[in-house]
Design a protein around this ligand. Structure first.
Ligand code: ADP
Length: 326
């Protein structure tokens, strides 16, 4: 793999996140600035297999930095799990002369990139685009800030009505395997309890505390639950209703609104920096890494490490939750 990279492909893969467009724009414009040909690959790895590949110009990415979603579309691609599918993908890239790839996506997409780069002589650079912030080795991922702000805005509104009626509200946010959206949005909205997959939930403790609060006539309680934790918000609400039948308990599942919308300024900046750094990696032969930001500096982590490790939730966060909600 000592040949110079001259033509690069960029794709968005897996779950979408706000700011992916800003990252595509950065990759395309940086590539063109450094005299590379840049190709957009549609619908993630599926576009590589179906040869759905288009030449990008600087103007192809005009007026998209502020748009949610991804102009290249995204998706999950079963065929890419098979060696035959990946070989087809490789042959299509070769047809276009593409000899470097930038993959904007989550840890699953990086796993695909890792497998592909082991098999073929096309270097891959990952750019972490995921609302879950579940990739170890970077302080930020593209889309997390926007998703959390969307959740906070929605929870603030629910709090108004919850407070007016003295209700208990259980709000479910996204993050099946990662509690960061729940943790950050819960702290930022003053939630009494935050349930995340990384931590054991003491449901008995929560129920006893609610009963004690009922005795003190503190009837308003906000519980933020990460999707899938303890069976989700409905299960948590049912457990409360069983123990406190006289209380009004309501559920709200925020769902896909957390994936959409115009990216925050922060996500646009992170996406711009990471997209730029990804092309730099290809130019400097720093292959098969993903770009992260640690302590406000660019960081380059081998793809296989992204695949092995998960972002952990520090005990400091849990302490803050406990103390500030008491
Ligand atoms: P995300 O990138 O958001 O975590 P997924 O986990 O769904 O999303 O992964 C996106 C795509 O990456 C999958 O649909 C598949 O095409 C590819 N992929 C994931 N894991 C592998 C793997 N082990 N081998 C080959 N391709 C993979």
């Amino acid at each position: 793999m000592d040949k110079k990279v001259t033509k690069i492909g960029v794709l968005t893969s897996g779950g979408d996140s706000p700011g992916m467009n800003a990252a595509i724009r950065a990759v395309v414009r940086t590539g063109i600035y450094f005299d590379l040909e840049v190709y957009g690959i549609m619908r993630g790895y599926a576009g590589m297999i179906d040869n759905d590949i288009i030449k990008m110009e600087s103007r192809s990415v005009a007026n998209i930095i502020q748009r949610g979603g991804t102009i290249l579309k995204t998706g999950r691609c079963k065929e890419f799990f098979d060696a035959a599918g990946r070989k087809k993908a490789y042959e299509n890239l070769k047809k276009h002369g593409i000899n470097g790839l930038v993959i904007i996506g989550g840890d699953g997409s990086f796993r695909g990139a890792q497998v592909f780069s082991n098999e073929f002589d096309i270097p891959c650079i990952g750019v972490p685009g995921t609302i879950d912030k579940d990739i170890a080795g970077t302080d930020f991922t593209i889309g997390f800030d926007t998703a959390v702000n969307t959740a906070v805005e929605a929870i603030d509104k629910i709090r108004d009505t919850m407070d007016a009626h003295d209700r208990i509200f259980v709000i479910e946010v996204m993050g099946r395997d990662s509690g960061y959206i729940a943790l950050h949005s819960g702290i930022a909205t003053g939630a009494e309890n935050i349930l995340i997959p990384e931590k054991e939930t003491d449901i008995e403790g929560i129920l006893s505390a609610l009963m004690e609060k009922e005795r003190r006539q503190k009837l308003v309680n906000l519980i933020v639950v990460a999707e899938g934790k303890f069976g989700g918000a409905n299960e948590v609400a049912n457990a409360i209703k069983e123990r406190l039948p006289q209380q009004e308990v309501r559920v709200c599942i925020l769902g896909h609104i957390q994936r959409g919308g115009s990216p925050s300024c922060f996500d646009r900046l992170v996406a711009s920096r990471m997209g730029f750094a990804a092309v730099e990696c290809l130019l400097e032969s720093r292959y098969n890494v993903f770009v992260g930001i640690v302590n406000n500096r660019m960081h380059y982590i081998p793809l296989n490490e992204a695949v092995k490790k998960k972002q952990r939730v520090s005990e400091d966060w849990m302490k803050i939750v406990k103390i500030l909600s008491s």
